[in-house]
Design a protein around this ligand. Structure first.
Ligand SMILES: [Zn+2]
Length: 389
C-alpha cells in the first residue's frame, strides 16, 4: 500500500505501517490520557497507584490497541493461508488494519470462517485478560490490573464492533457469505453494503448529536468502506465476464531477442511505440522492452547490448482469460500491459486502457439499446407517444 513502511515480518507476512497510523497514534494517546482518571476509576484502581503518568499510559494503551488490531489481522491471514489463500501483506491504518490477499480461500463457507476468526481471536484474548483481571481481584499490582482491564476491554470492543453485520466490518463479510447461496454474490454484496451504509448514517447521527468527532470519523470510515467494497465486487463481477481476447490490442510491434538495443530504439521511434514485445527464434514471447529500458542504457552501449539482455521478463495471458485476471496480473507486477499468447503464438497485448475502453464502449452500447427500447415504454393510458424524427 502506498505511503506505508515495512516494520516486521511475521510468519512470512510483511507487516506495514501506514503514515495515517503515525498521525493518529499521538491523538489516541491524548484521548486515552485525558480520560485517565475515569479510566482508573472504572478499573477500580486508584490513579496515584500507577507507576507512570496519564500520558505515558495513554501512549501505552494506543500502542496496545494497534497490537490488538495486528493480532486480529494475523488471525484472518493465517486462517486464509491454511485454507489455500495467499496473503501479500498486512497494513496498519488510521482506523484498524487490512490484510491484503492475492488469493481468497474458495467458497462462501471459508470466506465466512476467515471473517469470523478475527473477531473470535479478539474476543478470546479480551475474555482472557478480563478473566485474569477478575481473578486477581485486589491481589495484583495496580499496574497489572489496570493494564489487563484495558487490554481486555480494547480486545472485546474490537471483536464486538467487527461482528456488526455490516460492510466493511467482518460481520458484513459473514452476512454476505450467508446470503451468497440464496442471492448470488452480487446481490448479497449489495445487501451487506446497504446495511453498512445505513449503520454508518445512524452512527454519524449519533456522532453529530453527541458532538463526538471520533464517532463521526468512524461513521465516515464505515460509509466509504461499504461503498468501496460494493464497487469492488461489481467491477470484479463485470470484468469476470469479459474475455481478454475481446478487448486486447491486436497490433503488436515485436523485436527479435538477438537484435541490438539501438535497432529496437530505431524501431520504436519509427513505429511511434513506447514498448515492444521481445520474441526468440521460435517466435516465443521472452519479455518486454520499453522506453524506460532504452533510456537507462547510455547511447554508446546501445549497439553492443541485445534486446534480450536489456528486456524485462513478463507474464503472459491467454485470450480466454477474463479481464479480472488481467487486472490482477498487471497489478501484482506493476505492469502497464501484458502480452496475450494463444497456441499459435503472440496474438496481442492487453493494458488497463484496453479494458477501460471496452467497458466504456459496452456502457455506450447498453445506453443506445435502452434509448431504442424507450418509446414503447412511454405509452401511458394506452396511448402511444408519437415520435418525430
Ligand atoms: Zn477483521
Amino acid at each position: 500500500m502506498r505511503g506505508s513502511y515495512k516494520i516486521a515480518r511475521i510468519a512470512g507476512i510483511p507487516i506495514r505501517i501506514h503514515v495515517s497510523f503515525l498521525i493518529v497514534l499521538p491523538l489516541f494517546a491524548y484521548i486515552f490520557g485525558s480520560v485517565f482518571r475515569q479510566a482508573a476509576a472504572a478499573a477500580g484502581v486508584p490513579p496515584q497507584g500507577l507507576a507512570i503518568g496519564p500520558w505515558l499510559w495513554g501512549l501505552a494503551l494506543a500502542i496496545a490497541l494497534f497490537a490488538a488490531v495486528l493480532v486480529h489481522e494475523l488471525a484472518h491471514s493465517l486462517y486464509a493461508i491454511r485454507k489455500g489463500g495467499e496473503v501479500r501483506e498486512i497494513t496498519l491504518l488510521m482506523l484498524g488494519g487490512v490484510s491484503q490477499l492475492t488469493k481468497m480461500p474458495d467458497g462462501p463457507k471459508r470466506e465466512a470462517m476467515m471473517a469470523f476468526v478475527g473477531p473470535l481471536t479478539s474476543l478470546l484474548i479480551g475474555g482472557l485478560c478480563l478473566g485474569i483481571y477478575a481473578l486477581l481481584g485486589e491481589v495484583g499490582s495496580f499496574n497489572a490490573r489496570f493494564g489487563l482491564f484495558y487490554l481486555g476491554f480494547l480486545n472485546v470492543f474490537l471483536g464486538a464492533f467487527n461482528l456488526l453485520p455490516a460492510f466493511p466490518m467482518d460481520g458484513g463479510r459473514i452476512l454476505r457469505a450467508m446470503l451468497t447461496g440464496p442471492l448470488g454474490k452480487l446481490k448479497a454484496t449489495r445487501v451487506a453494503a446497504t446495511v453498512g451504509k445505513g449503520f454508518a448514517v445512524l452512527l454519524g447521527l449519533w456522532g453529530l448529536l453527541s458532538l463526538n468527532i471520533f464517532v463521526l470519523l468512524v461513521a465516515l470510515f464505515v460509509y466509504v468502506g461499504a461503498q468501496a467494497e460494493a464497487q469492488d465486487v461489481v467491477l470484479h463481477e463485470v470484468l469476470a465476464k469479459v474475455h481478454v481476447g475481446d478487448v486486447m490490442s491486436r497490433e503488436v510491434p515485436t523485436v527479435p531477442a538477438e537484435r541490438s538495443v539501438a535497432d529496437a530504439a530505431t524501431l520504436m521511434a519509427s513505429e511511434r511505440r513506447d514498448s515492444l514485445v521481445v520474441l526468440d527464434e521460435q517466435q516465443k514471447v521472452v519479455g518486454v522492452f520499453s522506453l524506460a529500458e532504452v533510456e537507462r542504457i547510455p547511447r554508446e552501449r546501445r549497439a553492443l547490448l541485445t534486446a534480450r539482455e536489456a528486456m524485462r521478463p513478463t507474464p503472459t495471458l491467454s485470450p480466454g482469460d477474463d479481464a479480472a485476471k488481467a487486472v490482477r496480473v498487471m497489478g501484482e507486477g506493476a505492469l502497464p500491459f501484458v502480452p496475450v499468447v494463444s497456441e499459435e503464438g503472440l496474438v496481442g497485448t492487453v493494458s488497463r486502457e484496453d479494458i477501460a475502453r471496452a467497458m466504456r464502449l459496452r456502457a455506450l452500447e447498453q445506453e443506445e439499446r435502452r434509448q431504442r427500447e424507450r418509446p414503447a415504454k412511454h405509452g401511458w393510458f394506452g396511448r402511444r407517444r408519437e415520435q418525430h424524427p
